[in-house]
Ligand binder design. Structure first.
Ligand code: MSP
Length: 624
């Protein structure tokens, strides 16, 4: 029996689950379910990353103990995954004792082997990224919030493994996928690889796992987090269990965390003398239309909102069908509705209706006899017979979207077969042959739909029940994937609208007129002095919930501006942003605070968005 071990990243517990997290988790669930249905011994691991500065700060802000904070926050992920029908085998949390013990063990092991050393480092430190920058990074990047810092820390001799890692990547073409990501990592490894700082002094951060050899320090979050992949499956104590699952078949990750997974993690494993993962697979980003998803843009799609509206399986289907793994994909409401209507309501839903209705009407819902296979039937049977292999090949490469397309290709073949054979006509001339055709169509439908089960477990279970396959028995029964599994005489059920079409509401309202203000002269316009300003400080207005108090930099001077955008903007998301401000508006006191100017912002029914220059321009630059 084959075995299959798949993981998702462990998500920052502070984050609210969004479509990006949901995508990776559903992808892992789909491949895990597929392997289970093939009878493979399967393990699917997900969880949360619960240490680090951001968690400590969030807990402080709420005035609660960090452990209480993470205990309360983790539930949001667990509930979402339950609601999205995610069948993980373990949900690991980095604050659980069993995990912490393994991180300590690993650190001690590397320390004992002389692979960790103490050193003082002076350099540029990014407060936002919680790490030191290399000189090159500092020079080439645009960094806010960086400072010179001198700190004594513990370092892992990552550099010692640079050549071994390069060789390994060359020798194991499947190690980093897709291929272009492998090249990205090799490119990164062309520069000299430094050592990895794996500690943080407690004076700066104490929400972490203590170093076993120096309790004045806690472990760097990534060293802690990556270890989850082995601590969850019994390393080092439960040797049998660990050997069963390690090395992992697939680490599924997003492209932004490729370096940590394809450089830090393998070198850590080499140091611990453990085998490396079989494949690290980096997928692309979900974009909202053309834009990146971000809190400050206010376009974060919460997975459950969509599932509530259209059903869990419709969401799972869309995410799996629409993204070519490795590439970025775009989420829009229109694309969602189009995809649902064309694939699920039309192609799949109509085929099920057509076949069950024909058998219902003409054979009293009883599956007729297949009789002897005619050459036209054999073609169909062959096409369906090849499906499993094709689906398996695609899923072995994480190409779920292509696997789905193969299934729908077969569905179209079934439709064509029905058109060609026209059993509704045959009923009048050759009832027996009509029955044979309908048996073949029904069995072809069942056998192709089975392959969509991992993607849409609820809907396909219903469909299979309609097709007369008991939902309970289906996995244990041999031959689930075999032609002829459904026997003549089986009583078929009713479909009850498996995928009702989503009606696209055409707006009947007249387009609203723009309601333009009376014309002004160019001179009138030129009276306004609009400048670009950088927000350097933002806080809530002390006397008004809807207002923010901003300090802005105009280059030659700084000013205070009050803005009515508190319903749409968190102060911390505004700091550092360049906005446009009318600077010659008469100053006014707004609820007790002086406002020396006004921010320009676009407003619609949903949001208010300050206007920003598309390119970097200096603070104080004129806007015309
Ligand atoms: N905690 C680390 C991972 C540690 S794994 C040992 C982390 N967590 S995260 O919550 O910030 O991100 C988890 C995953 O979500 C990443 O793989 C990231 O790529 C993915 N996504 C976040 N936004 C995304 C999209 N818009 N689209 C697709 N996935 C994206 O990083």
């Amino acid at each position: 029996m084959s075995r299959f071990y798949v993981t998702t990243p462990i998500y920052y517990v502070n984050d609210e689950p969004h479509i990006g997290h949901a995508y990776t988790t559903i992808l892992a669930d789909v491949v895990a379910r597929f392997h289970r249905s093939l009878g493979d011994n399967t393990y699917f691991l997900t969880g949360t990353d619960e240490h680090g500065q951001k968690v400590q700060q969030a807990a402080e802000k709420r005035g609660v103990d960090p452990q209480q904070h993470v205990d309360e926050y983790v539930v949001r992920f667990q509930e979402k995954w339950d609601a999205l029908n995610i069948q993980y085998d373990q949900f690991i949390r980095t604050t659980q004792d069993s995990h912490k013990a393994v991180v300590s063990y690993l650190l001690q092991k590397l320390w004992d082997k002389g692979l960790i050393y103490k050193d003082t480092y002076e350099g540029w430190y990014s407060v936002a990224e919680e790490r030191f920058l290399t000189d090159k990074e500092y020079e080439e990047g645009e960094w806010r919030d960086v400072k010179q810092l001198s700190e004594t820390n513990y370092w892992f001799k990552m550099s010692a493994y640079q050549q071994d890692l390069i060789d390994y990547i060359h020798d194991n073409p499947d190690f980093i996928q897709p291929d272009f990501r492998k090249n990205e990592v090799l490119g990164f490894l062309r520069q000299e690889l430094g050592d990895l700082c794996i500690s943080r002094p407690k004076s700066r951060l104490n929400w972490g796992i203590e170093l076993p050899f120096d309790t004045d320090y806690v472990t760097y979050v990534w060293f802690d987090a990556l270890t989850n992949y082995i601590s969850a499956i019994g390393y080092p104590e439960r040797e049998e269990e660990f050997k069963t699952w390690w090395p992992v078949d697939y680490h599924l990750i997003g492209k932004d965390i490729l370096t940590t997974h394809a450089v830090y993690w393998p070198t850590m494993l080499m140091a611990a003398e453990l085998p490396l993962p079989k494949t690290i697979f980096a997928h692309g980003w979900w974009l909202m239309g053309e834009e990146k998803m971000s809190k400050s843009l206010g376009n974060v799609v919460k997975p459950l909102d969509l599932a509530n509206e259209y059903g869990v399986d419709a969401l799972r289907y869309f995410l799996m069908r629409e993204m070519t793994p490795g590439q970025d994909a775009s989420f829009t409401h229109e694309a969602f509705v189009l995809r649902y209507n064309s694939d699920l309501a039309n192609d799949l839903g109509n085929l099920v209706n057509r076949i069950t209705k024909l058998i219902g009407r003409n054979f009293d819902h009883v599956l007729p006899d297949p009789g002897e296979t005619k050459p036209e039937d054999a073609d169909l049977i062959q096409i369906v017979g090849e499906l499993q292999k094709k689906v398996r090949e695609e899923l072995d490469l994480m190409r779920v979207n292509y696997a789905i397309q193969h299934v729908f290709d077969v569905m179209r073949e079934i439709n064509r077969y029905l058109e060609d054979m026209a059993p509704w006509k045959l009923m009048k001339t050759d009832r027996e042959r009509a029955g044979e055709v309908l048996y073949n169509a029904a069995e072809a439908l069942r056998l192709s739909a089975v392959h969509l089960y991992p993607v849409m477990p609820e809907k396909i279970a219903t469909l299979l029940e309609v097709m007369g396959t008991s939902a309970k028995a289906r996995f244990e029964e041999d031959g689930w994937f075999e032609w002829g599994h459904n026997k003549p005489g089986t009583v078929l059920g009713e479909t009850k609208g498996l995928f009702p079409r989503i009606e696209i509401k055409e707006s009947t309202e007249e387009p609203a007129s723009l309601d333009i203000k009376p014309e002004i002269s160019f001179d009138d316009f030129m009276k306004m002095d609009i400048r670009v300003a950088t927000i350097i400080k933002a806080e809530k207005h002390p006397n008004a919930d809807k207002l923010l108090k901003l300090q802005v930099d105009l280059g030659a001077e700084q000013r205070q501006v009050i803005a009515g955008i508190a319903d749409h903007w968190a102060p911390e998301d505004l700091v550092g942003k360049s906005v446009s401000i009318i600077v010659n508006l008469k100053p006014a006191k707004i609820r007790g605070e002086i406002s020396q100017g006004m921010i320009l912002a676009a407003e619609d029914d949903n949001t208010v968005s300050p206007l920003i220059p598309l390119k970097d321009v200096e603070a104080g630059a004129k806007v015309r």
